[in-house]
Design a protein around this ligand. Structure first.
Ligand code: FAD
Length: 452
């Protein structure tokens, strides 16, 4: 077996893996980055970037459909061909990662294609190559789409996010399994392009990790757009007859659809990675890390696998911390009290920190403020649905959580992330000047509404 000796090996080149490998190599370490699929990971090829490109197109259609309400007449004829072409040609460059590989190589990283398996502390095997990493290993393997154990489902030609972003045509009817961010985003995109969409959610509401007011807002919007949402749904079996899917439900009529899209969470395989070599539990769902991303002596983990929030911004945040630690730099450890998350539906649902229920469960003396965007001037002008909800720790007088839902909910969220992150006193936020008439000015109304 060929041997390669390096300072650091990075397993998986998702957004964080790319960042950490590049940073370490630029700092002068010898680094090998190992990737079994595409350099860049899920985000640029199958997740954040193509889906947001699809959403942009669907939002343009939805705005155009509002022309009669505001401005005259317009004929809107959706053409998925344009979306599919943009995803292929501009966004994923036909699922080709050469530019990302070149970027890493340019930074001094040795890029190796293949699946890495740890065989001992600091030792990896990739195909017929043994790699010895003297300073250590950084794990950034990400996660794969999980298919729930519904009888028959795994044997059907179902879509996960990977097939959905590669779709060259819109199915005439679509069952989306899962009402989290991924399921909701896809449901609205395909519905806006003409699919008859049914969304099956086992929980009692959409976006169950967000505020119930945000879930209700989205459910109303989905109903108005003709998306059938069935909460509390229990799927008993799924089959495909070569043409169509049949989804059997407990206590409801079966649904027949041209396509099923599964957006029901993610999974990882720690045994396949060989983390047992470091004494870690290979049956766990993720790798536990300390505030410097250390999972064991000489082993760091970053990204989805750490369970701190499956977001690209989290992967990159953790990458910077791990790199500083490996380089022996004095740097603050990770803090997770102000993690932002955005579901890019319309209305866009942005949130940061704790929900009201989460804050109460944490024993915080909670004050809540809420306002509807429709009662703000900008909301009235736009005929926009949305809300701002603030969660204050009444004992410390700072916000510990916030939700911003509306046409630009994720952008308005920025101000609230800053407030939660920097623990800006609510009194100070009340003295701030909010430009008129913006969506973010609704924050002022929500602050005025804060009460126990
Ligand atoms: C549909 C969808 C939409 C999303 N939208 C957003 C969004 O808008 N914003 C956002 O912040 N997040 C979004 N996410 C989440 C985001 O994609 C991930 O959080 C992000 O990709 C970071 O993941 P990661 O760094 O852990 O690794 P990944 O991006 O999953 O990359 C890990 C890489 O490691 C490789 N690998 C795994 N095991 C091995 C091995 N043994 N050897 C070699 N290589 C290996 C894999 O092939 C993969 O390329 C979305 C996710 C989905 C599914």
């Amino acid at each position: 077996m060929a041997e390669l000796a390096v300072d650091v090996a990075v397993v998986g080149l998702g957004p964080g893996g790319e960042a950490v490998a590049s940073r370490l190599a630029t700092a002068g370490l010898s680094v090998v980055g190992i990737e079994s699929r595409l350099v860049g990971g899920e985000c640029p090829y199958y997740a954040c970037v193509p889906t947001k490109g699809m959403i942009r197109a669907a939002d343009v259609l939805a705005e155009a459909r509002r022309v009669p309400e505001f401005a005259g007449t317009a004929q809107v004829v959706p053409d998925w061909g344009k979306v599919a072409a943009r995803v292929r040609d501009e966004i994923t460059t036909d699922w080709n990662d050469q530019a990302a590989v070149d970027r890493l190589v340019g930074a001094g990283v040795q890029v190796l294609r293949g699946r890495a398996r740890i065989t001992g502390p600091g030792v990896l095997v990739v195909g017929d190559q043994v790699i010895r990493a003297s300073r250590g290993i950084v794990l950034n393997p990400g996660t794969d789409p999980a298919v729930p154990p519904v009888p028959g489902l795994a044997d059907t030609p179902l879509w996960t996010n990977r097939e959905a972003v590669s779709a060259t045509a819109v199915p005439e009817s679509l069952v989306v399994i899962g009402g989290g961010p991924v399921g909701c985003e896809f449901a609205q995109v395909f519905a806006r392009f003409g699919a008859e969409v049914t969304l099956l959610q086992s929980n009692d509401r959409l976006l169950p990790l967000d505020e119930p007011e945000a879930s209700a807002l989205l459910a109303e919007r989905f109903a108005a757009e003709g998306i059938q949402v069935r909460t509390g749904a229990k799927i008993t079996s799924v089959r495909h007859d070569g043409q169509r899917f049949t989804v059997e439900l407990d206590g409801a009529d079966p649904i027949s659809a041209a396509q099923v899209l599964v957006a029901a969470g993610r999974k990882s395989d720690l045994a396949d990675l060989g983390v047992g070599s470091y004494g870690l539990d290979e049956s766990a769902r993720g790798v536990a890390v300390d505030e410097h991303m250390r999972a064991a002596d000489g082993l760091w983990a970053i990204g989805d696998i750490t369970g701190k929030g499956a977001f690209t911004h989290m992967s990159m945040y953790q990458a910077a911390i791990a790199a500083a630690d490996i380089l022996g730099e004095e740097a603050p450890g990770a803090e997770y009290h102000a993690v932002p998350r955005v579901t890019f539906t319309d209305p866009e649902i942005g949130s940061v920190g704790l929900t009201e229920a989460g804050a109460r469960a944490a024993g915080i003396n909670v004050r809540v403020g809420i306002t509807q965007l429709s009662s703000s001037t900008r909301g009235f002008l736009h005929k926009a649905e949305g809300l701002i909800k603030l969660i204050e720790d009444a004992d410390t007088g700072v916000l510990v959580g916030a939700t911003s839902a509306g046409p630009t909910g994720g952008e308005v969220l920025g101000a609230l992330v800053l407030a939660v992150h920097a623990r800006v006193p609510v009194d100070q936020l009340r003295r701030m000047i909010y430009a008129y008439p913006t969506f973010h000015r609704a924050i002022e109304s929500a602050l005025a509404d804060l009460r126990a």
